[in-house]
Each structure stands twice: as C-alpha cells, then as structure tokens.
Design a binder for this molecule. Structure first.
Ligand code: G3I
Length: 314
C-alpha cells in the first residue's frame, strides 16, 4: 500500500517537465539545438531541464559536415552530440540528404558523380556517428508540393529515381542500429504529397528496403494549421509498420489558440502508439527560424508559456 502510494507520488512529481512527462508515456520530447547557443546559460538551462532528445538544427547538414568534397568537419555537430550524451539525451540526426543546404561543390556536380558523392557522404557521416544516433533523417523533403504527388525536382532526383532507396540502404549498412526516417513538411494531413510518401513507404516495406520511421515536420501557422486528420494520417503511416515522429514542431500564434493547438498535436501523438516522440524546432521564440511568429513553447526570456493563458478575471 505504502509502496503503491510512493510510486504514484513519484510518478506524479516526475512529470513536471516536457521530457519526463513524455518519458512517462514511453516517448521523448526533443528540441532542435544550435551549437553556438550551448554557451547561453538560459538556453542550456531550459534544454537540460526540459528535453531528452536533441536534433542539430543545421550542424549535421551536408554543407556543414562536408564543406569540401571528401573533407569532413564534425566540430559543431560533435559538440551537440557530446552535450546530449553528457546529459542523457538521445540524438536525431538531421539530415543526410536534402536538396537545400548542399555545399557548393555538390551543387556543381551531377549524374553518377553526384550519386557517388551522396553515397560517400552518407557512409562517412553515419559511420562517424555509429552507435550515437537514435534516428537519422536519411532523406528530407524529396516530394513536390501541390497536387502532383510527384518527386521534387532536384539534382539528387536527377541522378535517378532510385536515389531514395540507395540512400536508405547506404545508411543501414553504415549503422545498422540507427532508425532510418523519411522526413517532410506539408505531409501532416492526408493529401497528394503525403499519399506519395505513403506509397513509397508501402513499397519499401513490401520490398524490404530499410525504413523505420517517417518524420512529420509540423510547421504550423494560420495558412497551414494543424490538419483535422492529423492523427488519422499519423495512424495510417504507423499501420504500415513504421514509427512516426513529429520532428520540427512549431505553431505560430499566442495565448489560448496556440496552447490549444500544441495540445492537439500532443494528444494526436499520444493516441498513436507508434508515435514515439515530438521535437520542437527550437527552444525560445527568439531561437526560432520564424521568430516573429512566436511559435515555440518558451518566450524570449525563457519563461514557459502557460498551458492556458492566465485569466484577467478572478
Ligand atoms: O551560419 C551563418 C552565419 O555565419 C551567417 O552570418 C548568417 C547570415 O545569414 O547565416 C548563417 O547561416 C544560416 C543558418 O540558418 C544558421 O543560422 C543560414 O543563412 C540560414 O539559411 C539557415 O537557416 C536554416 C534553414 O533550415 C535553411 O534552410 C534554419 O536555421 C533552420 O531552422 C532550417 O531548418 C529547416 C529544416 O532543416 C528542414 N525543414 C525546414 C526547416 C525550416 O526551413
């Protein structure tokens, strides 16, 4: 009886941060982290208190890790990984291949030279971090916006339609222990773009191409609100036999509306057993790539935003 009381009490008191609350549900709560902010005491204080997963915001991208062909620079990414390890946080690696933030040399090659460079890049980076990464965004944003349901035109796409499959197989060979994810935006609800991603995941599962998870970036604002079928969309992907993760969450706004929208996203993830965690794309509003939209969970001073705004009436 006493033991049960203690267990309940300690469980209740444990869930006072985002990370511990998520852990109680068998999930993680992460944040995108910038290496140059790890010397900011307020930033690090919130990070260490609240989060148990980190995603390097820019430091693992191709332009950062291989600025010259064949010469790899891991200093900033290593700082983040080391901070995570010291503080018991896991790491989502982001992103091995993307049409954006490629180094100039990669933008200037094509065909088999680019394909070979992509394979070498994935092999080198994944090998460097082998055993340290919970999940890799192996391919980021490879599908076109709009109703076409087609691939995004990019230099990588022009190396051949099999480039996504090759990227996943290469990553698996370099670190069999890391979960391998496809990550995209505007795929949060059911639409032509998410249908196209769904078809690829279905095909990969059928043919044994290694894929373990799908990331839903979830950048929301008035023009792109939390979709009504968000949970249903997460669930249909989970039903294919992959984990689903909310990977870059931010919701522009303030007050009750913003808090309610965050609540909807969290409840959707909790309702899908294979939704393994949520990552917000920054810590304080001022850390956001969209700072003017005040889209994050902590204000510019580092204060946690209220679950619901304080009422002006008693
Ligand atoms: O580091 C340089 C700095 O030296 C220079 O003085 C400054 C001048 O503009 O630029 C700095 O680089 C910027 C970098 O962020 C670091 O702050 C780049 O210009 C800027 O383009 C880059 O933006 C990043 C953006 O991806 C690039 O597309 C954002 O921080 C990052 O949050 C954002 O993240 C992406 C995800 O990776 C994929 N999904 C969408 C998301 C938002 O675009």
């Amino acid at each position: 009886m006493f033991a049960a009381t203690v267990a309940v009490t300690s469980t209740a008191s444990a869930g006072t941060t985002l990370g511990t609350s998520a852990a109680e549900q068998g999930r993680y709560f992460g944040a995108a982290v910038a290496a140059n902010k790890l010397s900011d005491a307020t930033y690090v204080g919130i990070l260490n208190r609240e989060f148990n997963m980190v995603t390097p915001e820019n430091e693992m991208k191709w332009d950062a890790t291989e600025p010259s062909q064949g010469q790899f620079t891991y200093t900033n990414a290593d700082r983040i990984v080391s901070h995570a390890q010291t503080n018991g946080m896991r790491v989502r690696g982001h992103a091995l291949t993307w049409h954006s933030q490629q180094p100039g040399w990669a933008q200037n090659i094509s065909g088999s030279a680019l394909r070979q460079a992509m394979v070498n890049h994935i092999t080198q980076v994944v090998t460097h971090y082998r055993g340290k990464i919970y999940a890799w965004d192996v391919v980021n944003e490879a599908f076109a916006d709009g109703g076409s349901g087609g691939r995004r035109d990019s230099n990588l796409q022009r190396t051949g339609n099999d480039w996504i499959e090759v990227a996943f197989r290469t990553a698996r060979a370099a670190d069999p222990g890391a979960r391998l994810c496809y990550n995209d935006y505007n795929t949060d609800g059911q639409n032509a773009k998410s249908n196209a991603v769904y078809a690829v995941v279905q095909d990969f599962k059928a043919r044994g191409v290694p894929i373990d998870c799908v990331g839903f970036q979830s950048h929301f604002n008035t023009a792109s609100p939390v979709p009504g079928d968000y949970q249903a969309n997460l669930q249909r992907f989970a039903n294919l036999g992959v984990d689903v993760q909310i990977t870059e969450l931010d919701i522009e706004g303030s007050g009750t509306t913003q808090a309610d929208n965050y609540g909807r996203v969290v409840r959707a993830c909790l309702a899908v057993s294979r939704c393994t965690g949520i990552t917000v794309w920054g810590i304080r509003d001022t850390d956001s790539w969209r700072a003017s939209g005040t889209p994050l969970l902590f204000d510019g001073s580092g204060n946690k935003k209220p679950r619901t705004p304080r009422s002006s009436t008693p």
